[in-house]
Design a protein around this ligand. Structure first.
Ligand code: NAP
Ligand code: FE
Length: 383
């Protein structure tokens, strides 16, 4: 079997490691642009802490704090303008996937000409982006170790993927303390996003023996830790497990790719404003049921990693339990039962299915190739 695994990001992991940001940023130069969200990093104090640590190490600092959830091309352009004026040596992405992705896209636009739209797709980026330090405050996207930035293209109403090794962060600082401030809903949604990365990456057509090991461990950890991250939000050991698992799952999708859970979820976020992880959570069990036949043994392993007893069961029976386990996990955390509950209307579904059908990359990665009708059917079952 032939495969490529690529994970070039240096990782500093552990309680209190945020302290290292000044010294580490200093290795890249004298000027740092922090890219962050509109409020959570201010409220939690993490933004002030990063600014102070950078200043202590004699860096000149500018803050771009206008990143909204599911960042738009417009926001990225605005940030790129700031970056071109300020001329940073390093970009620090502080926040959930949205600020980290925006930071990656801004770092890329400083060294590559033109508009962000030129780079939507895979391997379109020509020049290495500015150095990026990614500091996650959610345990979800794994963006701190991936080669992706997901940008909302309002003109075409699409969530666009930029996939390029030139935008992998140079350094990821994973300090679980930063995730303690997540409210239950953000914890649940982002945790289910991480689970969807591990599951989609584990079964997708580009999975490899390396990503398989990372994925199955991420699935096991998330099934165990995620409900406790909700019931014991201040338990740092549990937050640490979730942050570790989401990082592993990020490594998985960066090399293996994802599948139609992601492809289908994008429209739900775009048209109905559902957080990325929530959209994925609502679609996940039904997509898994569709995909089971392509790889019953792998779905059996997922069921087992999620704590289901599979001894004595046929692969087919055991595989079904993986979707059951995901439903139970969602239910435990109070995630709605279906798309209807978050306001999705039947009449949207066929258009959404057409959009997914045009995403050839996602269809090829998915373990079972769905027709447009299949996709529409999965949406209906998820209502
Ligand atoms: P997010 O959009 O970054 O943040 C969601 C919400 O949580 C925001 O309101 C944010 O507030 C808040 N928040 C973040 N950290 C917090 C904390 N520690 N305490 C309290 N509130 C906090 O959510 P995300 O799920 O991490 O990222 C989603 C985006 O990443 C989507 O666009 C998705 O498509 C993308 N994604 C990227 C990859 C990749 O590989 N690059 C993979 C999967 C998903 P503020 O806005 O005020 O900060
Ligand atoms: Fe995701």
């Amino acid at each position: 079997m032939e495969y490529i695994f690529y994970s070039p990001t240096r990782i500093i992991f552990g309680e209190g490691t945020l302290k290292r940001v000044g010294e580490e940023a200093g290795k890249f130069g004298k000027r740092a642009l922090i890219v962050t969200g509109k409020s959570s990093s201010k409220k939690s104090g993490s933004l002030d802490e990063v600014v102070n640590l950078l200043a202590t190490h004699k860096l000149e600092v500018e803050v771009f704090d206008k990143v909204e959830p599911d960042p738009s091309a417009e926001t990225v352009h605005e940030g790129a303008k700031v970056a071109k004026r300020f001329k940073p040596d390093v970009i620090v992405g502080l926040g959930g996937g949205s600020p980290m992705d925006a930071g990656k896209a801004i770092a890329m636009l400083v060294t590559n000409k033109g508009e962000i739209g030129n780079y939507f797709g895979t391997d379109k980026v020509k020049e290495q982006a500015l150095p990026i330090i990614a500091i996650p405050t959610t345990a979800g996207t794994g963006s701190e170790v991936t080669k992706y930035a997901v940008i909302t293209d309002k003109k075409n109403m699409l969530k666009q993927l930029i996939g390029s090794s030139h935008i992998c962060p140079s350094l990821a600082i994973l300090d679980p303390v930063l995730t303690l401030s997540m409210p239950a809903s953000v914890t649940a949604h982002t945790g289910m996003d991480a689970l969807s990365h591990a599951i989609e990456g584990y079964v997708c057509t580009q999975a490899s023996p390396v990503t398989d090991i990372l994925a199955i461990e991420a699935i096991r950890l998330i099934a165990e830790a995620l409900p406790r991250a909700i019931s014991e939000p201040q338990n740092l050991r549990i937050r640490e497990k979730m942050l570790f698992a989401s990082m592993l799952a990020g490594m998985v999708i960066s090399s293996a790719g994802a599948g139609i859970i992601h492809g289908m979820g994008y429209s739900i976020s775009l048209y109905y404003g559902a957080p990325h992880g929530l959209a994925n959570a609502l679609l996940m069990p039904q997509v898994m049921e569709f995909n089971l036949v392509a790889s019953p043994t792998k779905f059996r392993n997922i069921a087992q990693a999620m704590g289901k007893k599979v001894e004595g069961l046929s692969d087919k029976e055991a595989a079904r339990l993986s979707a059951v386990a995901v439903r139970e996990l969602s239910k435990k955390m109070g995630i709605p039962r279906g798309l209807k509950e978050i306001g999705v209307k039947e009449e949207s579904l066929s258009g959404f299915a057409n959009t997914v059908s045009e995403n050839v990359r996602i269809l090829t990665l998915n373990p079972r190739r769905p027709t447009t009708k299949d996709i529409e059917e999965i949406y209906r079952k998820s209502m």
